[in-house]
Design a protein around this ligand. Structure first.
Ligand code: SAH
Length: 229
């Protein structure tokens, strides 16, 4: 255990000094979320290394420095309603939950979502709502209730060339979306700002490596999976 505490200290130092994270709230959130609980048992000793790690269903928990960069870029406040696509282990969602009013998170793999939900319950996160669905369509209407617009959207899997239109639609005017864009090997982390109903701007942040955002259509999905392999 003291090994992990030491590793955590080193990681936080590196997030400040190497990655250049300045937002103290983001650093405090990362410090407070036990990443070792979101990785597979036999990888717990690696949990505070700055690396992505495999989780079930062939997916990955993102690298802590990328989580920190994405979270900082969202400029969250405790009034924000945030949509996450790609719950995965639930790690990023728990970090977000500490910094905003409410998190809505979508995952297409039910077993991953089940594990993440158990952790959200264990950590008594009262402001995280989950659903197993296709995130390319945004948050669905449930019992006639819509949740958009979202102040912030974070996509933790890579879209091939552009954000899904439904996500742009569900972003509030003035809202920020962060999403990796590009085919495997050539992805860029992009930050979008929605200026009006018709206009948005974006800029590239850094090259990244994410698992693909898979469409729900089985034919398109197979093609994307083959390409990503
Ligand atoms: N935020 C996660 C990272 C998970 S990796 C974490 O902190 O652990 C990205 C996740 O996106 C994978 O679990 C993958 O199944 C999911 N994903 C890919 N395409 C999706 C889609 N269309 N809808 C919802 N989730 C999707």
């Amino acid at each position: 255990m003291s090994y992990l505490i030491e590793k955590k200290k080193q990681l936080l130092k590196s997030l400040r000094e190497k990655t250049g994270i300045k937002d103290e709230r983001v650093l405090a959130a990362i410090e407070s979320v036990p990443r070792e609980r979101f990785v597979m048992g036999h990888l717990q000793h690696e949990a505070w290394n700055d690396i992505a790690l495999p989780i079930e269903e062939g997916q990955t928990i993102s690298q802590p420095s990328i989580v920190a960069i994405m979270t900082e870029a969202l400029e969250l406040t405790d009034r924000h309603k945030v949509l996450e696509i790609g719950t995965g282990s639930g790690y990023q969602a728990m970090i977000l939950s500490k910094l905003c009013r409410r998190v809505y998170t979508i995952e297409r793999h039910k077993p991953l979502l089940d594990t993440a939900e158990r952790l959200f319950r264990e950590f008594k996160l009262g402001n995280v709502t989950t659903i197993c669905a296709d995130g390319t369509k945004g948050w669905p209407k449930i019992h006639g209730m819509e949740q958009h617009p979202f102040d912030r959207i974070i996509v933790t899997c890579a879209a091939k060339d552009a954000p899904p239109p439904a996500l742009i639609d569900q972003l509030a005017i003035g809202g920020i979306m962060i999403i990796p864009i590009g085919p495997p090997g050539e992805q860029m982390l992009r930050i979008y700002k929605k200026e009006s109903d018709e206009a948005y701007s974006f800029r590239n942040l850094i090259p990244v490596r994410f698992v693909p955002l898979l469409p729900n259509d089985p034919k398109k999905r197979e093609a994307a999976e083959v390409e990503a392999a």
